[in-house]
Ligand binder design. Structure first.
Ligand code: ASP
Ligand code: MG
Length: 408
């Protein structure tokens, strides 16, 4: 007998038929003697619909009221799933985030979980009930409804698994695991049997959309055994996200390639080369709450520097406005932006023990005639910014060069 937390994403509960499917799967685990806590997302498209609805009434909706609205998507699914479970003759009980008491801070639309009261859920489990919890939502200490950021149901699942010390947290989604890269771009991409938290974290932050980044951080911190599985296929083992590194001796050094199309680059030309310049440029950008990713600075011979950085494409216009406002003060000659940038990252813990990964990456791109605009690295990741039109070619060639079609 095990205590399992299962999280089902929007597509897995996207129709009444699919909800009945989820109920049947949960019933099988229950029949097997397992205690099951189910976390569900809103039905697919529902959160987007609710956000759009809010925007029709207010161009800039109040974050508190927005959370009140978008949290209703998950509230519908928990009720529906419980009814489907009742239909199968099972006892099931739904909980909103506030009913569990998933206590969060008051940062509406991106709240952080502070504490989870596991006692009421345990009582239900102990009398054989299935517990169904609304993902993505919590409550602050004043009783306000909060939400955890897009994709936040993953974090609810992992946080509940940590609070309940569950044997496993299973994330059911529309793919059957974590792949070496997006199979839509590289058909030879392989499903990985295991991946480390560190690698998953890098892949998630570099553009892989399988898991919400915060859920991976949480799982790593609390050592939650996390598995990504398909809700449409039976019997697969999915991908286990683990702390242990496998014996990589016969495995590719790289575990996966992530990419992100939604990047832009801004270059500030001809700034004086003196202390404080980088801060004068990036300070106002940070104040505008814009995340900067890669940064380079090159020095000219004339005591002037160029500073370039990448940022999410959506924030590019706003960042340009901010910089226009401070350009004279900084003493910059000109500002340039390019919205056709993409980022490709190779990720793998094997990099720590295998030199030459960067060289291999750069050689592969040079053989394809792809120009590297910027580079950034961590201990287990190398990212490059390139022109977006080369993205697919770069991912395909790198996947082949690192022999990822042989990965497991
Ligand atoms: N329904 C929320 C969203 O779409 C949370 C989730 O699905 O994880 O972002
Ligand atoms: Mg998701």
């Amino acid at each position: 007998m095990a205590l399992i937390v299962q999280k089902y994403g929007g597509t897995s509960v996207g129709s009444p038929e699919r909800i009945r499917n989820v109920a049947r799967r949960v019933a099988r685990f229950h029949a097997n003697g397992d205690q099951v806590v189910v976390v569900v997302s809103a039905m697919s498209g529902e959160t987007n619909r609710l956000i759009a609805l809010a925007r029709e009434v207010a161009a800039v909706p109040s974050p508190r009221e927005l959370d009140t609205i978008v949290s209703t998507g998950e509230q519908v699914t928990i009720g529906l799933l419980c009814m489907a479970l009742h239909d199968l003759g099972l006892e099931a009980k739904s909980y909103t985030g506030a009913q569990v008491r998933i206590l969060t801070d008051s940062a509406f639309t991106k709240a952080r979980i502070l504490h989870i009261d596991d006692a009421p859920i345990r009582e239900d489990l102990n009398v054989g009930r299935i517990v169904v919890v609304a993902g993505f939502q919590g409550v602050d200490r004043f009783g306000n409804i909060t939400t955890l950021g897009r994709g936040g149901s993953d974090t609810t699942g992992v946080a509940l698994a940590a609070a309940l010390k569950a044997d496993e947290c299973q994330i059911y989604t529309d793919v059957d695991g974590v792949y070496t890269t997006d199979p839509r771009i590289v058909p030879e991409a392989r499903k990985l049997d295991r991946i480390t938290f560190e690698e998953m974290l890098e892949l998630a932050s570099q553009g892989s959309k399988v898991l919400q980044i915060r859920s991976v951080e949480f799982a790593g911190k609390y050592k939650v055994k996390l598995r990504v599985l398909s809700s449409f296929e039976e019997g697969g083992e999915g991908t286990l996200v683990t702390v242990e590194e496998t014996n990589k001796m016969e495995q590719p050094v790289i575990s996966g390639i992530a990419f992100n199309r939604d990047e832009a680059k801004i270059t500030v030309r001809g700034v004086p080369d003196r202390p404080g310049t980088a801060y004068q440029i990036l300070g106002p950008i940070a104040e505008a709450n814009i995340d900067v990713d890669m940064i380079i600075q090159n020095l000219g011979h004339d005591g002037q520097a160029n500073v370039s950085f990448t940022l999410p494409r959506n924030d590019c216009d706003r960042a340009m406005e901010v910089l226009e406002g401070v350009r004279e003060h900084i003493g910059a000659q000109s500002l340039h932006s390019d919205k056709n940038i993409a980022k490709v990252s190779v990720v793998g813990v094997g990099m720590r023990s295998h030199p030459g990964v960067a060289a291999m990456m750069f050689r592969t791109l040079s053989e394809e005639g792809i120009n590297i605009l910027m580079i950034s690295t961590s201990e287990i990741k190398i990212s490059v910014a390139i022109e977006e039109r080369h993205l697919e070619q770069a991912v395909k060639r790198l996947h082949h060069a690192f022999e990822l079609e042989r990965a497991k």
